[in-house]
Write a protein that binds this ligand. Structure first.
Ligand code: SF4
Length: 193
């Protein structure tokens, strides 16, 4: 019979042979084989990004955060303490692990230039600079100081802002402050939390 080390330990402990033959207690080893795969994971609380329900999730990651260890997400489940979903997830949320570990997941900014067929990878610095330049240009071209009745309105009608369900209260606070300071009046958020 071809026995793996794990199978050997389980077999001998269950049969009571391991304990008497080797003279030491294998119960802790046996208990280890019965453990859950999330026993040694780091738990990170987050929000499902798929829809405005904004269910709470717990992301389980293995790796002890040492420099030479690459952490890996091995499980995502609903957060039982979250007031919105109480631990439940719909099929989309339940498949988040595959979203995180997907080869096609975008990890850097991309831009598609006017008339171009393909998306181009750019650095974060380039993305920030280009966004800043476009915001400045658009605001200058679309800013309205007075409406048709002569009332001072000071609003920017050429820019809109939309937030997502994973945005925190702090981010939303800053977004509103920033957009208001630019005169932007068209802003929304996808989440209803
Ligand atoms: S788990 Fe489903 S219902 Fe909940 S936020 Fe994600 S997509 Fe929406």
């Amino acid at each position: 019979m071809d026995l793996s080390r794990r199978t050997f330990i389980k077999t001998t402990v269950v049969g009571g042979v391991g304990l008497s033959a080797f003279g030491f207690d294998l119960a802790p080893v046996y208990a280890q084989t019965q453990g859950l795969k999330i026993d040694r994971t780091t738990e990170t609380r987050s929000t499902c990004p798929y829809c405005s329900v904004s269910c709470g999730v717990i992301i389980h990651t293995i790796g002890d955060r040492a420099k030479n260890v690459t952490p890996q997400v091995i499980h995502v489940e609903g957060d039982p303490d979250h007031p919105i979903n109480r631990g439940t997830l719909c099929p989309k949320g339940a498949s988040l692990e595959d979203d995180i570990n997907n080869d096609r997941r975008l990890l850097k900014p991309q831009v598609r230039r006017p008339g171009a067929q393909d998306w181009e990878d750019i650095s974060w610095d380039q993305a920030f600079n280009e966004i800043g330049a476009w915001v400045k240009k658009t605001r200058e071209e679309t800013f309205v100081e007075k409406d048709q009745n002569g009332y001072t309105v000071n609003r920017c009608e050429g820019i809109g802002w939309t937030g997502g369900c994973t945005d925190t209260n702090e981010l939303n606070y800053l977004a509103v402050k920033t957009m208001r300071s630019l005169g932007v009046c068209y802003f929304e958020t996808q989440a209803r939390v």
